[in-house]
Design a protein around this ligand. Structure first.
Ligand SMILES: [Zn+2]
Length: 96
C-alpha cells in the first residue's frame, strides 16, 4: 500500500498515480485527488489519453500509406491518401 502525497489516504499500487512533484521528488496521488486537481476522474482522463493515442496511430498509419502509394502508384493515389488522412483526422476529432 502507498499513501497519497496530498490527502494521505492509502492507495493500492495499481490505483496510485505517480508524478514528478515541484521539488523534483515523486508524488503519489490517489484517484480522488487526481479528480480534484484535473477536474475529471482518472478513468475519463485515461480513456481520452488512449483515444488520442489511437487517433495519432491512425493518422500516422494513413500518412505512411499515403507516402508509400505516392511513390509507388503516383500522385493521384498520393492525393487520395492525403484526402483519406484528412478524413480520418477530421472524423477522429469530431468523435470526441
Ligand atoms: Zn489523495
Amino acid at each position: 500500500m502507498l499513501n497519497c502525497s496530498i490527502c494521505g489516504r492509502e492507495v493500492s499500487e495499481k490505483d496510485a498515480l505517480k508524478r514528478q512533484g515541484e521539488t523534483g521528488s515523486e508524488e503519489i496521488i490517489c484517484p480522488y485527488c487526481f479528480k480534484q486537481a484535473v477536474g475529471i476522474d482518472y478513468k475519463t482522463f485515461a480513456y481520452r489519453k488512449e483515444n488520442a493515442r489511437q487517433i495519432f496511430l491512425a493518422v500516422l498509419f494513413c500518412s505512411m500509406v499515403t507516402v508509400y502509394v505516392f511513390f509507388t502508384k503516383g500522385i493521384i493515389y498520393g492525393l487520395f491518401g492525403v484526402l483519406l488522412t484528412i478524413i480520418v483526422w477530421w472524423f477522429a476529432g469530431k468523435a470526441k
